[in-house]
Design a protein around this ligand. Structure first.
Ligand code: BG6
Length: 468
């Protein structure tokens, strides 16, 4: 290009958190336990009972977000605060808590972007079968109806379900049920179908109840590279891209599963039970945008048809699962890695954005992107995180290239606004622009301290990204 296009004037420069990872107050003011509170998590890591204590400190945190210049704050609402029984009676204390959070955002002209469900299903619903039980669809709709009634006037942007593809394809990533037994793959695809129906009903409800609101799914999307130009590697990479990404985004946008995924599911006896009316429900609702979380790309090779297909490791981390007979995870020599073994690939970000744009022709909102690192607090209270600044500079530059390519971008909400508990790697793996003074087991002062990346993001937002 002779010239890169500018970021749009109304671009939503934001940052993200999720309820269970940031709030703490796990049983405060009538909240009931969610699956996160009841599941087993690796020993030695911080649990979620106190997290970053945002439940009690959100005013201070949002004031800091305003100082950073945020124009949007993406957070999730804990279903268990609003409806402690999963459905039925509304807990006013929970409702008023999020009203205060939204009010604090509005006070600083920060646009609230609300995730309705981020991994934390009420435990009482789980005990009745969770997402395997069709009644959970009604419960989700009832819960979201309360959100739309209570906050419909104050919230314009809604996200239905965070990373449904992670929950279905990597269920262990968000914790293990006691005894460690995960649902079977057949059950997972049935749960997926119910989540799709729940999401469709809520998108429709949102449009009916709040004509100004915009709503969309928040998936983890990433382009796949074939390991070589061997045609079999290209087929394998395409297989995994279809099964991991497009099969989850096609349903909300086009109203049915990806044709290749349908054949894959039928062939393996994994196709969910579809009841009369389901197809109409799925095709009768449409998102206004695609929200996506992007961290890394993956590189894929043809299956060897044996056990060597099923895992790829970086150090002691299992970073990707392969599937025997379908694809095998491979290494990419052209990309870097974080300390935790996650691929760093800004150009892959541009590539993924182009693919999502090409496939769905919808505006895109980035709801997560970021780098986990063991940041160090210096004696003078500073935190130097040049790796994070470099990561964001590169990814935002790639996004600007994607905008110049013609991709319509609504905003960027990296992970995370402040340090939070990682899904399965505790507190030392930090993502925030703001350091929280605690470690795995010791809650210390819980003081909030801006990292170098805080000041960098502040400047970038003030310039509307013109130097990227
Ligand atoms: C996303 C989730 O998958 O990745 C977040 O939506 C999560 O909840 C983030 O925290 C980073 O993953 P992790 O495991 O490093 O915390």
């Amino acid at each position: 290009y002779q010239k890169l296009l500018d970021f749009p004037q109304d671009f939503l420069w934001g940052a993200s958190t999720s309820a269970y990872q940031v709030e703490g107050g796990w049983d405060a003011d009538g909240k009931s336990p969610s699956i996160i509170d009841m599941y087993e998590h690796p020993a030695g890591y911080a649990d979620f009972t106190v997290a970053s204590d945002h439940y009690h400190r959100f005013e201070e945190d949002i004031a800091l977000f305003a100082q950073m210049g945020l124009k949007a704050y993406r957070f999730s609402i804990a279903w268990t605060r609003i409806l402690p029984n999963g459905t039925g009676e509304v807990n006013r204390a929970g409702v008023e808590h999020y009203r205060a959070v939204i009010r604090a955002c509005r006070k600083y002209n920060i646009e609230p972007i609300v995730t309705m469900y981020h991994f934390d299903l009420p435990w009482c619903l789980e005990q009745q079968g969770g997402w395997l039980n069709r009644a959970t669809i009604d419960a989700f709709e009832a819960y979201c109806r309360v959100l739309l009634e209570e906050y419909g006037d104050a919230v314009k942007y809604w996200l239905t379900i965070n990373e449904q593809n992670t929950m279905i394809l990597h269920p262990g990533a968000i914790g293990l049920p006691k005894g460690g037994v995960l649902p079977s793959r057949r059950e997972l695809y049935q749960m997926n179908h119910h989540m799709m129906l729940a999401q469709a009903r809520v998108m429709k409800l949102c449009h009916a109840m709040c004509s100004q609101a915009k709503i969309g799914p928040a998936l983890n999307l990433t382009a796949m590279y074939p390991e070589t130009c061997r045609p079999e590697d290209a087929i394998a990479a395409h297989n995994w891209e279809v099964l991991r990404c497009w099969n989850f985004a096609d349903v909300p946008v086009f109203g049915w599963y990806h044709p290749l995924a349908v054949r894959y599911l039928e062939d393996r006896g994994l196709m969910p039970d579809v009841q009369p009316g389901d197809r109409e429900t799925l095709s009768g609702a449409h998102p206004d945008f695609i929200a996506m979380n992007y961290y890394s790309t993956a590189t894929i090779a043809a299956s060897r048809g044996d056990a060597s297909d099923v895992s790829a490791r970086a150090g002691d981390q299992q970073i990707m699962l392969g599937e025997e007979g379908v694809y095998r995870a491979a290494e990419n020599p052209y990309v870097g890695k974080t300390k935790y073994g996650w691929v760093i690939d800004p150009t892959g970000f541009r590539y993924t954005l182009r693919k999502v744009c090409e496939r769905y022709h919808l505006p895109i909102l980035i709801t997560e992107n970021g780098i986990g690192a063991p940041d160090v607090l210096e004696d003078d209270g500073s935190i130097h995180d040049p790796y994070r600044i470099e990561f964001y500079e590169q990814h935002l530059h790639a996004m600007r290239e994607a905008i110049t390519d013609g991709v319509e971008m609504m905003g960027y909400c990296p992970w995370s606004a402040l340090d939070v508990v990682s899904t399965h790697q505790g507190y030392a793996k930090r993502y925030g622009f703001i350091y929280v003074d605690r470690d795995e087991q010791d809650c210390r002062s819980m003081r909030r301290l801006p990292k170098d990346s805080f000041y960098w993001y502040q400047k970038t937002i003030a310039e509307n990204g013109k130097n990227l």
